[in-house]
Design a protein around this ligand. Structure first.
Ligand code: GLU
Ligand code: ZN
Length: 471
């Protein structure tokens, strides 16, 4: 059997971490079994359709390198196929038209609730002859078996059994003529030769309905694997409607696709105690047996830890490329500052995210605006002005711009003023970077270049003078 899996998102919102995990597991399972993986957009519920969702889904998958072998297929383009099958089902009495009005259905519901019964369609139109109400709007309902059970073996949760009398004759085609999810998914999985359906456990209750349709139309029953929910630290579930963090937001925050994939694969799947998985390892090791039944808890610290790990490990070329693009977007001319290669060397193992690195690099192409910086009075004041003046003189005198000469010059100032090195470094750091935290100050000074360092120290001194005049 050739394994075929699919990712079948509805374009009703952004791609969140739970959906991406489903996509990843389905893709890895196919890869692990030399099978194929397809992408299908389930876009028949036009009312819930959100603009840009499809673009967001495709961009998210592409960013993470989850490549589909077939598709994207769109359900909205397959309506004729669904309707053809529904017409046949009506002919064979496997489905029927239901003309009940909303009010009638509502009444029935209230009655059932008041009698303490399970809310179900009461079957009123099951045996109507079709031409009676020819002009009235109708839905098409599936004639669900009244008796017996639906049993399936879920690859993650084991044997699952539903009694048919718990299910009702659910709608497979709405009054607007559009077939519903539970029906389309069955036809598609059948037509597209899907062998394994890997999806979120929120679909478990749909599975018996789908299996009953599969049996009615003579399709093959795929193997199911329902993955448990993802929750946040407070135990709230993460889904399209709750706590939805768009996957592309992680990209904007400077996370690497390698780190995010590694993080997501471990949200519910394990391979012994192993934490780091390259893409090839994931493809080689992934299986459905080691997926956990319990909910997975989001842990941002772990994601940051992984991101840092990959930032250190990634080829230099990759990061330099990223930084170059970042500068381009900000319209920064990289010839007006240090070489990106040099920036990379001092920053890549100090930061958690690419965004942090790029923000740090940005200081080399920017003049700090002291009036916008918090706590500036603490570091740029009349006392530190003395230090800055000394540094200005000392740095002006440096002829050979080398790291060791810069380091010893700053040290000399600290000795001369009888101040701890950090007391010198802090105002200098603030003056030239506008930040109170940076890699070693001698490296920053060196990379920034003499002219810019002198210009910034001058600016800082002027700022102090002006600030104190105002008082
Ligand atoms: N379209 C469904 C969703 O986005 C998934 C369907 C399935 O995987 O069977 O929740
Ligand atoms: Zn009816």
């Amino acid at each position: 059997m050739i394994i075929k899996t699919r990712f079948a998102p509805s374009p009703t919102g952004n791609l969140h971490i739970g959906s991406i995990r489903t996509a990843l597991y389905s893709w890895l399972f196919a890869q692990n079994n030399s099978g194929s993986f397809l992408l299908r957009i389930e876009d028949t519920d036009f009312k819930r359709y959100k603009k840009n969702s499809i673009k967001n889904i495709i961009n998210g998958l592409k960013w993470l390198n989850i490549n589909w072998d077939e598709g994207p297929y769109f359900q909205s383009k397959r309506l004729d196929r669904y309707n053809h099958i529904i017409d046949n089902m009506i002919k064979k009495k496997l489905a029927y038209k239901c003309y009940c009005s909303k009010e009638e259905l509502e009444k029935n519901k209230t009655k059932q609730i008041s009698m303490g019964k399970k809310v179900k369609y009461n079957g009123k139109c099951r045996n109507l002859s079709n031409f009676i109400y020819n002009n009235k709007p109708f839905v098409v309902r599936f004639r669900n078996p009244d008796i017996g059970k639906v049993k399936f073996e879920d690859k993650i949760r084991g044997i699952i059994i539903f009694n048919n009398n718990e299910l009702d004759d659910f709608i497979i085609k709405r009054t607007d003529g559009i077939p519903t999810y539970n029906f389309c998914v069955v036809v598609d999985d059948w037509d597209m030769g899907i062998t394994h359906v890997i999806r979120g456990e929120d679909h478990i209750n749909n599975t018996p309905k789908q299996i009953n349709i599969i049996k009615a139309i003579g399709a093959n029953i795929p193997i199911y694997a329902h993955v448990s929910m993802i929750i946040n630290k407070s135990g709230e579930k993460i889904s399209k409607r709750f706590n939805n963090i768009d996957i592309l937001q992680y990209k904007k925050e400077g996370y690497l696709p390698e780190a995010l994939l590694n993080y997501i694969v471990r949200l519910g799947w394990s391979h012994g105690n192993k934490e780091i998985f390259s893409l090839n390892e994931m493809k080689k090791l992934f299986n459905l047996n080691n997926i956990s039944k319990s909910p997975s808890i989001l842990n941002t610290n772990k994601l940051i830890w992984l991101n840092k790990y990959y930032l250190n490990k990634l080829p230099k070329k990759y990061m330099i490329n990223y930084l170059t693009n970042f500068f381009k977007k900000k319209n920064i001319n990289i010839n007006n500052g240090p070489k990106i290669n040099d920036l990379y060397n001092i920053f890549h193992n100090r930061c958690n995210t690419l965004k942090e690195i790029s923000n740090l690099c940005y200081i080399f192409y920017n003049i700090p605006d002291y009036s916008k910086i918090n706590l500036i009075d603490k570091y740029l004041n009349l006392e530190t002005k003395i230090i800055l003046n000394k540094l200005l003189k000392k740095i002006t005198l440096i002829n050979i711009w080398s790291l060791s000469i810069i380091s010893s010059s700053i040290k000399e100032v600290s000795i001369k003023l009888n101040l701890h090195f950090s007391k010198i470094a802090m105002p200098l750091r603030l003056a030239i970077t506008g930040m109170n935290n940076s890699p070693p100050i001698n490296h920053i000074v060196y990379l920034m270049g003499k002219n810019k360092v002198l210009q910034c120290i001058n600016n800082a001194i002027n700022f102090i003078v002006l600030n104190n005049k105002k008082l």
